[in-house]
Design a protein around this ligand. Structure first.
Ligand code: DAH
Length: 343
């Protein structure tokens, strides 16, 4: 009887120790503890049979059973320690941060080429004492046309050129309307530029868009002449395109200036000898300008006997395209990141 029980205890102990060593997680170890040492466990079950043993046999079995129990308990606590350590080690490996890896740079945007040019333009004119003003894009015809000497029947008012909102409200076709608003609200001396969007019923192509941008300039003071206009435009263009460029003034007609001129720039790429940039002309048409018509001053309550002024209007897309040698206006509107990244 005692041999049998001892053998049972040995077999049980050996099996338990092996199972504990092999267990791969804490739950398995815990289950084994219950299965072997628990109230209904296998070792407990063996000990319950001790009643059938003699008084001499019992202490022998009891002692061996205790040894096995201690061995199993020790194996359990060691295995648990080992498994916990393995668990932490794998977590440390998994959650490790390699501080030597290069960081991920956050992608940042940058100004649109038109914004860069507009910024430069504002800097140039502010440095000459001008103020930057703006006016509405949806505008009354009297500010865009009538008060600028452009009366009913003038081709510029034609519906084929202009987006009409109603008979006397339009999407402005030029920033020149801001000249009128400025002169109505301010007494001379006046020196302003006014950048902004304008609208014309044009089809989209490489050089046209129904929405584009202009910048208007207006100076009104005592004794202002065409010479002031020339000097100002020369300073403006040289600062934008480099000191070697020359200007050419061609007679032209605008209803709101007298005299009026179209102003060309000597090609900054070929220096005037002719290239693809200037279409072999040596000159590039840049803007319209002139001496403010006396009637326009009068319309705004300014006495042309005392004051005179000059004005000009330039296309922002045009000067941007020239500056960066962009051959198609649509690039400026399509927001293709490959294009925009270049500036
Ligand atoms: N408004 C003209 C245009 O849209 C440009 C212009 C010409 C503006 C002469 C002016 C000027 O102020 O005096 O083409």
């Amino acid at each position: 009887m005692i041999k049998e029980t001892l053998a049972q205890i040995e077999e049980l102990g050996g099996r338990a120790l092996a199972a504990i060593k092999e267990s791969a997680d804490l739950d398995t170890v815990n289950d084994l503890r219950v299965k072997i040492l628990g109230k209904k466990g296998e070792l407990t079950a063996v000990l319950k049979t001790m009643g059938r043993l003699s008084a001499e046999e019992r202490p022998v079995i009891g002692a061996r059973a205790n040894e096995v129990r201690e061995a199993v308990e020790k194996a359990i606590s060691e295995q648990m320690k080992k498994l916990k350590l393995l668990h932490y080690e794998s977590r440390i490996r998994k959650e490790a941060i390699d501080v030597t890896l290069p960081g991920k740079r956050a992608a940042s945007g940058k100004p649109h080429p038109m914004s860069i040019v507009l910024g430069d333009l504002k800097d140039i004119f502010r440095s000459m004492g001008y103020t930057v003003v703006t006016g509405p894009e949806i505008e009354e015809t009297r500010y865009v046309f009538d008060m600028l000497n452009t009366h009913e029947g003038h081709p510029a008012r034609d519906e084929s050129d202009t987006f009409y909102v109603s008979d006397d409200v339009i999407l402005r076709t030029q920033t020149s309307s801001v000249q009128i608003r400025t002169m109505l609200e301010n007494k001379p001396p006046i020196a302003v530029i006014s950048p902004g969007r304008v609208f014309r019923r044009d089809e989209v192509d490489a050089t046209h868009s129904p929405v584009f941008n202009q910048c208007e300039a207006l100076v009104v003071d005592k004794g202002i002449t065409f010479a002031d206009l020339k000097g100002t435009l020369e300073t403006f263009m040289k600062r934008l395109y480099g000191s070697s460029v020359k200007l050419r003034f061609r007679p032209h007609h605008f209803p709101y200036t007298e005299p009026s001129a179209e102003v060309d720039l000597s090609c900054f790429k070929c220096g005037g000898s002719g290239c693809s940039m200037c279409k072999n002309e040596g000159w590039i048409e840049m803007l319209g300008a002139g001496v403010v018509h006396p009637q326009v001053l009068r319309n705004c309550g300014i006495d042309p006997e005392i004051y005179s002024g000059f004005a000009f209007g330039v296309g922002l897309e045009r000067i941007t395209m020239m500056r960066y040698e962009i051959d198609d206006m649509r690039h400026l509107y399509e927001n293709d990141i490959r294009f925009l990244k270049q500036f």
